[in-house]
Design a protein around this ligand. Structure first.
Ligand SMILES: *[C@@H]1O[C@H](CO)[C@@H](O)[C@H](O)[C@H]1NC(C)=O
Ligand SMILES: *[C@@H]1O[C@H](CO)[C@@H](O)[C@H](O)[C@H]1NC(C)=O
Ligand SMILES: *[C@@H]1O[C@H](CO)[C@@H](O)[C@H](O)[C@H]1NC(C)=O
Length: 800
């Protein structure tokens, strides 16, 4: 979850936090004990009230696990209008272990939060900075000698990093000529300071806030320059050693370090990092280290995330970062580990769409009734007309809320309030008044109010025969992982699924489990070894070598609908036949669980492959650094274009083209697949919209995000982003400096087209003509985008 979205109610109001987890320094009476301190509830005498009003009274909540706490909501004692006690101000203390308590301070160093002004309204306070904690104490500040009572809710999300402390050298002070002093200290660090080192706490490197490109700017929090960063100078330290301690042993996939790169002021990302791992809290570090060299960039001064692959299990990680320039500045470090279960929360979209349709139907019926009643009112009781209307409207509105309430899972209910930093993308959608039929029409390039379907055909100049399909005619194949692999016109599905499955059955015992690649609502994807696969496939050569395959398996308890979709997907997959599209090899459909077996490549996916390489040069040759050449990159691009050309010729829309979905075999042949969404490693590339799908928004065309329109032309947009990824060697996520909300906001700018939209920058490696091609893929109007045929023809000469 992006941290700015981490605003879920943690469960005081709805009872997920149990009475046992609530305690207090004292209570006025047992009917005002801590268990009654629940926001919007009226049990007992309606709130927690301490025995006396003093500075040291507290209400304590044990959240049961480490939590990223972003917001606090309080309320007074109302007790069905018989109460009138509330706290005008309060402080917060917190503790990760229940022993060592720290007091919360805002960025200016104040500890007091403004509380309530009456007994009934709840007041929400954003925590700047947020804290990572398990235990929270709320201490009402008595401003007058009356009783204070409180009800409470806490907001945040699980702290999946599992990091409990880091230890680093204290940040230093920079004195650039002509500027105020730049203080690069870790000012929110909550541990102790011992001989120039920070020990035993967390601070700015884990507060979820990334620094700006220009570290001298004070725009973000109006504090001092350099506030967001912790920075060090090369003259005082040979390298920067940071030690990270975790709650439990974790199997790390990678670490992301957000780093400034304002080289004009002597700041650059680190040149290399070397990490050691300790399996237990005590004891020595393992001898094996993981080293990673970065590619330095002195063209683009943007701050960026640097991804460091780790691939080790440990409880304590110690990393030494080496300087690339005079200064090194970090604003955020996060860890991603295989143990974290990214798919523990099934995408709610499948459940919600029938409910939603039900809601809409009911609301339409209700409106009809309202209209009927209004007419009736007008005739029969003209006097009561207004009353009728008001009552009925009230009813409709409350029913609407009721439905919306039914539709949403309280676990995923998020609070969007107060802070413009946290914008609700759903509001954003509503705010765009243009998202009407006319927008639809302009997306199709015509000025028609009623969209003319023939106008919507992307690339009409090339493929005059390609029909456009209305959304209802599209069959979305819901893969086992709950992802949409391809959207296929219903006609095509019909013609494809009328035939039998044209893939061989493989005896289940020949599939040897190696590793789980991913998991979703309907099943799992495993990496397996298939024994004697060639034999199964009827090859004349009797070759019993085993081959690596990906096995998508449906859960035995899946619904009939999911089962039918799975069979449909198998039938369609078995008809796809292109050298650059992942091939269905065989199936197990004679017994449960159903499974489909596709190719899997030893070289993994293109994202992993490129991110571990640098561009070929004499330096990489001399030092034996894994590298890739420009012509290899171009050759890969041609293959992706070719595979997509094939899908487009069948009117298939992929919807999730990205380097993570391109697999590579030993000879660098690309096979386009769809495993990305089910893998934990790539969960940050997807954005989960409440009640809707999980979407790869950074790869999506504006019309896909705003209008839900997926076409071959939106695949072309994603192809442009994929090219960009390749030519940055996947060292950076697209728009890495924008939050998910900002990416969605930028989509609105693409639509408005007033020159405020942000495009991906030209990667330094990328030939100018190729960047022009990428920019054409990101044209606002669909007909200005090239086709895959056109892209293939344009790229091919480059690759030779
Ligand atoms: C960090 O630096 C600022 C500005 O110089 C200073 O006001 C603040 O007290 C320092 N914080 C810590 C914790 O050293
Ligand atoms: C960590 O994950 C890797 C790759 O998924 C796996 O090969 C390795 O065995 C795991 N290590 C541990 C200790 O779980
Ligand atoms: C610090 O960095 C500067 C600029 O790269 C370099 O000239 C200088 O030699 C470095 N100093 C040390 C002690 O490494």
């Amino acid at each position: 979850i992006p941290r700015c979205l981490c605003r879920y109610a943690l469960g005081l109001e709805d009872g997920r936090i149990r009475d046992e987890a609530l305690s207090a320094s004292s209570q006025w009476h047992f009917t005002t004990g801590p268990q009654y301190a629940r926001l919007n509830r009226e049990e007992g005498d309606g709130a927690w009230c301490p025995q006396v009003a003093s500075d040291s009274q507290y209400l304590q909540v044990d959240l049961g696990r480490l939590t990223f706490l972003t917001m606090v909501g309080t309320q007074g004692r109302y007790a069905h209008s018989s109460g009138n006690e509330f706290a005008r101000a309060y402080r917060l203390n917190y503790s990760r272990d229940g022993v060592l308590w720290k007091s919360w301070k805002n960025r200016q160093g104040n500890t007091v939060l403004e509380g309530n002004t009456n007994a009934y309204a709840s007041v929400l306070n954003d925590l700047h900075p947020p804290v990572i904690t398990r235990f929270v104490r709320v201490l009402p500040v008595p401003r007058q000698a009356t009783t204070v009572c409180m009800r409470l809710e806490l907001y945040g999300c699980n702290w999946t990093d599992g990091l409990v402390s880091y230890s680093a050298p204290e940040g230093q002070i920079m004195t650039p000529p002509g500027f105020p002093v730049v203080s690069l200290n870790d000012s929110t660090y909550d541990g102790s300071r011992q001989r120039g080192r920070l020990v035993g706490g967390l601070g700015q490197l884990t507060d979820g806030v990334t620094g700006q490109d220009d570290f001298l700017s004070t725009r973000q929090y109006q504090v001092w320059p350099g506030y967001d960063y912790v920075g060090w100078k090369n003259q005082s330290l040979a390298q920067v050693d940071i030690e990270f301690t975790f709650e439990k042993t974790r199997n790390f996939t990678h670490m992301k370090v957000h780093s400034n790169n304002m080289f004009s002021r002597g700041v650059k990302i680190f040149s290399s990092v070397s990490c050691a791992f300790k399996p237990r809290l005590q004891g020595p570090y393992g001898a094996e280290r993981v080293a990673f060299r970065t590619v330095l960039d002195d063209r683009n001064p943007s701050a960026r995330y640097v991804t460091v692959p780790l691939g080790r299990a440990a409880r304590v990680v110690h990393c030494s970062f080496t300087f690339a320039d005079m200064w090194m500045m970090f604003s955020e470090i996060s860890f991603h580990s295989g143990m974290a279960n990214a798919s523990s929360s099934p995408a709610p979209e499948d459940r919600s769409s029938p409910v939603l349709i039900g809601c809409l139907v009911s609301i339409i019926l209700l409106l009809l009734v309202v209209i009927f009643l209004i007419l009736w009112c007008q005739c029969v009781c003209k006097v009561l007309e207004k009353v009728c209307l008001i009552l009925l409207c009230g009813r409709v509105v409350s029913l609407w809320f009721y439905f919306v309430g039914v539709n949403s899972d309280p676990h995923y209910e998020r609070v969007f309030l107060l802070d413009p930093q946290y914008q609700n993308p759903a509001h954003l959608r509503n705010k765009l008044p243009e998202l009407s039929q006319s927008a639809e029409a302009s997306a199709c390039g015509g000025g028609y109010a009623e969209p003319d379907v023939t106008q919507c055909t992307p690339h009409q100049s090339f493929q005059a025969s390609a029909p456009h399909y209305a959304e209802t005619d599209i069959v979305r194949l819901q893969g086992v992982t709950g992802s949409n692999m391809y959207a296929v016109p219903a006609l095509t599905v019909d013609s494809l699924t009328r035939k039998d499955i044209s893939a061989a059955e493989i005896p289940r015992h020949r599939l040897l489990f190696r590793e789980k690649l991913g998991e979703g609502q309907f099943g799992e994807v495993h990496l397996c070894e298939a024994e004697g696969l060639l034999e199964v496939l009827g090859s004349s050569r009797s070759d019993s070598r085993s081959v690596l395959v990906a096995v998508k398996q449906l859960r035995p308890d899946a619904t009939n609908q999911a089962r039918n979709d799975f069979l449909k997907e198998i039938k369609i997959m078995s008809r796809l036949n292109d050298p650059n599209i992942i091939r269905l090899l065989c199936v197990c459909v004679t017994s449960d669980p159903l499974c489909m077996v596709t190719e899997y490549m030893e070289n993994g996916d293109l994202n992993m492959f490129l991110s571990q390489r640098e561009i070929e040069s004499t330096l990489t040759h001399a030092n034996n650094i894994p590298s890739v050449s420009l012509s290899e990159l171009l050759h890969m691009s041609v293959q992706i274009a070719s595979g997509m050309k094939y899908l487009a010729s069948l009117n298939f829309v992929h919807r999730d083209l990205a380097t993570r979905n391109c697999l590579l075999d030993r000879r660098l042949t690309i096979k386009i697949s769809d495993f990305g969404m089910s893998r934990n490693l790539y969960s940050s590339d997807y954005y989960r919209i409440q009640g809707r799908a999980v979407l790869p928004i950074r790869w999506m065309a504006w019309e896909s995000i705003l209008l839900g329109k997926f076409t071959t032309a939106s695949d072309v947009w994603a192809f442009g982003v994929t090219l960009w990824e390749m030519f940055t060697l996947c060292k950076e996520q697209p728009y890495s400096l924008l939050s998910d909300e900002q990416v969605i906001e930028n989509t609105g700018e693409h639509f408005r087209n007033q020159g405020r939209q942000i495009f991906l920058y030209a990667p330094p490696l990328c030939p100018p003509s190729l960047f022009e091609l990428m920019m054409r893929c990101w044209s606002r109007n669909i007909q200005d985008r090239p086709t895959f045929e056109g892209l293939y023809q344009a790229l091919r000469p480059h690759a030779q």
